[in-house]
Design a protein. Structure first.
Length: 131
């Protein structure tokens, strides 16, 4: 799908895959994720298809820590994640899932986390993702 979009054969696409893979790192599976599909597609687009910029929007109840880690030093990829955090009490219970993990080196500012610390009320309904 990525190749067809980048080469202009199709205008858009949607990959219906489960699990999304955002917990799998380059060397290990995690959280039911074996392959990090978004990261693999982004890296392929950069390395093989000539793209110079990629945006990954990770909208899931959990933070995609492995996707973040893979591109934390790469300014070609803007990683944006909205996820439950609950002040670090929600899985994957990582400090780097909070709002101030923004990337490092030349990629500072290319990692954006929107950690949701409250469930219910007038806030974004993160708890409804399970229902």
């Amino acid at each position: 799908m990525v190749e067809n979009i980048v080469r202009g054969k199709i205008k858009c696409g949607m990959a219906l895959i489960r699990p999304p893979g955002h917990h799998a790192s380059s060397h290990t599976s995690c959280g039911y994720c074996i392959f990090n599909n978004a990261a693999l597609a982004a890296q392929h687009a950069l390395d093989q298809l000539g793209l110079t910029r990629v945006l990954i929007v990770d909208w899931d109840v959990h933070h995609g820590q492995a996707t973040q880690q893979m591109f934390y030093h790469d300014s070609r990829v803007l990683y944006f994640s909205i996820h439950r955090y609950e002040f670090g009490e929600f899985w994957p219970n990582l400090r780097e899932s909070d709002y101030d993990a923004i990337g490092e080196g030349g990629a500072q500012g290319y990692n954006i986390n929107i950690p949701l610390n409250e469930v219910g009320g007038t806030h974004y309904r993160a708890d409804s993702w399970y229902h």
